[in-house]
Design a protein around this ligand. Structure first.
Ligand SMILES: [Zn+2]
Length: 236
């Protein structure tokens, strides 16, 4: 292509991106094979909670909006026993965000959070997703943590969610919620490993970012083939 032709072509592209219909054509259309996983939008992870994610409450209106476009919606709920192995308080001399070695690998320690049946473990009251048919509770084995909606931290114990999605004909999974660098990232990467097409809706997530965890999580997700999108990329 000659230089002037290339310029004309690029100008043409520029005008295309300004036009409404061209943008709409680029949007992701949801169908019966698309599912949404809403991760950990619970009181403990919201401002004021025991393991608050900064601006965690800001994901709620975005999630409420996008969830209406999905037929299949699954919610995950962190749901720990008292004295859970992931709590710093269970390890004398340790403090939150320390990392210890456990039989299944490295474990970052957390403040006590999302204890089964507690107010902190409740799903945020402003989350308005009537079409969520399934709640997957995570981390209820006292001796093992679980960030992912698919596999516990040993990466061997399945939650059964792959089977649920497969039986419903789901092929594309969209992940949102809290926190980007832990439960969202683990869920997204395991979904890729299970063979799904995976998108993380960035503006419907917030991260904790402890010890560089947010940048690492995005790098790991990208390497696994997870696509980063924004809620505005979804066709209305
Ligand atoms: Zn937890």
């Amino acid at each position: 292509m000659a230089k002037w032709q290339r310029r004309k072509f690029i100008l043409g592209l520029a005008s295309l991106t300004l036009a409404g219909p061209a943008i709409a054509a680029d949007k992701i259309k949801l169908d019966a094979a698309s599912a949404l996983i809403v991760v950990g939008v619970q009181n403990c992870f919201l401002p004021g909670g025991s393991l608050a994610v900064r601006d965690g409450d800001q994901v709620i209106p975005v999630i409420n909006r996008i969830a209406k476009g999905f037929i299949t919606v699954v919610i995950t709920q962190d749901w720990h026993t008292p004295h859970h192995v992931s709590f710093a308080s269970s390890h004398p001399g340790k403090k939150p965000f320390d990392i210890i070695k456990l039989p299944y690998g490295d474990q970052m320690l957390w403040p006590d959070h999302c204890v089964q049946g507690s107010e902190g473990a409740q799903i945020a009251k402003d989350l308005d997703i009537a079409n969520a048919a399934l709640i997957v509770r995570l981390g209820s084995n006292r001796d093992m943590d679980s960030y992912s909606a698919f596999l516990e931290a040993d990466k061997k114990t399945h939650t059964g969610l792959v089977g649920y999605f497969s039986e419903r004909g789901v092929r594309s999974i969209f992940v949102c919620g809290l926190a980007t660098d832990f439960c969202v990232a683990s869920t997204a990467i395991d979904a890729r490993h299970a063979g799904f097409k995976v998108y993380v809706v960035e503006d419907a997530c917030r991260g904790i970012d402890a010890r560089g965890s947010l940048a690492k999580a995005w790098s790991d997700m990208t390497k696994a083939g997870v696509k980063k999108i924004r809620s505005s990329d979804l066709a209305a």
